[in-house]
Design a protein around this ligand. Structure first.
Ligand SMILES: Cc1cc2nc3c(=O)[nH]c(=O)nc-3n(C[C@H](O)[C@H](O)[C@H](O)COP(=O)(O)OP(=O)(O)OC[C@H]3O[C@@H](n4cnc5c(N)ncnc54)[C@H](O)[C@@H]3O)c2cc1C
Length: 314
């Protein structure tokens, strides 16, 4: 079976892993330049050199036996490490949060910079259209993208799947990244739920990071929604003021500041696992089908692969 997965984040790649294990021919298409999705690592040029930030997911936990097994195998390869500051059972990717997705992508045929904007069903299967390329002869099409981005595709092909996507609303998150000229001598390495800040962390203090003093500040969903259309440089300034207030310090300005808007940061989570329509050869996976966590994205991808293997299309 020739299978195309739109979206090479944790869910899409987990599904690809599950399908490849059963000998299926899988291709993944992703609009981004490189691996990560919402687990991306951002590199910023500063006068002190290049600084990396985990600017999406900050850490993850493993609860289900299958995901625990997967995490143990990542740990054995050195691509995840323990970070017990946020929670006793917390893990992070190493050297950045995108490490697992990067390693998974290396095992598959992933085409980056491919923004799929149309999927069409023909007698012989699916035709996928990106800006400059078309992918035909596809037996099975899988959407592994946030609910809001999956909705326009689903609404043209499957009403009941579209209805689920409509029910799963995500919350936004403005994330700011600051590089300081000098390390802060005092203060915490992490701040949680303070004023408009949902989360802030000294990125260089996470295990295996290092480099210049770098802070990631993530605003609360309500604050992010209220300021969703403001320019990124204004957001960076506003969140800098809030970080100084939370650290109770009058800091010299950062040597580099930027902000990233995640429109669909935290999914609502439907508790469904994944969606699969065998007669159409259309599947959907992603964190939004379970909950707003990395583990949920991985489990959703595995769940869909299992459904496809047990009940193939056609
Ligand atoms: C700010 C923030 C903080 C978070 N904190 C945590 C945390 O601390 N712990 C935790 O467990 N989880 C956290 N999460 C959630 C976690 O990152 C997600 O649950 C998980 O990464 C979702 O994976 P996914 O594969 O479902 O989706 P994504 O990672 O969003 O992957 C979807 C992929 O699809 C691609 N794509 C979208 N549309 C198209 C298209 N039309 N054509 C081609 N490609 C397309 C995108 O480029 C992307 O790579 C956080 C998320 C954010 C944004």
């Amino acid at each position: 079976m020739r299978i195309a997965i739109i979206g090479a984040g944790m869910a899409g790649l987990s599904c690809a892993d599950g399908l490849k294990a059963f000998g299926h021919d899988v291709i993944l298409l992703d609009k981004a330049r490189g691996a990560g999705g919402r687990m991306s690592t951002r590199r910023v040029e500063t006068s002190l050199g290049e600084v990396s930030f985990d600017h999406g997911a900050q850490y993850f936990t493993a609860r289900s036996p299958d995901f625990c097994k997967q995490v143990e195998s990542w740990a054995a390869r050195g691509i995840v490490r323990r970070w017990q500051l946020p929670a006793p059972d917390a893990w992070i990717g190493a050297p950045g949060m995108n490490a697992m997705v990067k390693a998974m992508a290396g095992e598959h045929d992933v085409r980056w910079n491919v923004h799929v904007n149309r999927i069409e069903r023909h007698a012989g299967g699916w035709l996928l259209e990106a800006d400059e390329t078309r992918f035909g002869d596809i037996d099975t099409a899988i959407l592994a993208i946030p609910a809001e981005q999956a909705l326009p595709f689903l609404s043209l092909h499957n009403f009941s799947m579209a209805r689920e996507a409509l029910l799963a609303r995500s919350q936004p998150c403005w994330t700011a990244m600051f590089t300081l000229s000098q390390p802060l001598i005092q203060g915490p390495d992490m701040i949680r739920d303070e004023d408009d800040i949902a989360w802030a962390a000294r990125n260089n203090a996470k295990p295996g990071r290092g480099g210049p003093e770098g802070w990631v500040v993530q605003a609360r969903p309500e604050w992010s929604a209220r300021h969703i259309d403001r320019p990124a440089d204004e957001i960076a300034m506003l969140l800098w003021v809030r970080l100084c207030a939370a650290l109770k310090a009058d800091l010299p300005g950062p040597i580099a500041a930027s902000a990233h808007r995640w429109r669909y940061a935290m999914s609502g989570g439907l508790g469904l696992g994944s969606l699969w329509n065998a007669p159409m050869g259309l599947g959907v996976c992603g964190d939004w089908l379970l909950g707003p966590r990395i583990e949920c994205a991985w489990v959703s991808g595995q769940d869909l692969a299992r459904q496809i293997v047990e009940m193939p299309s056609g």
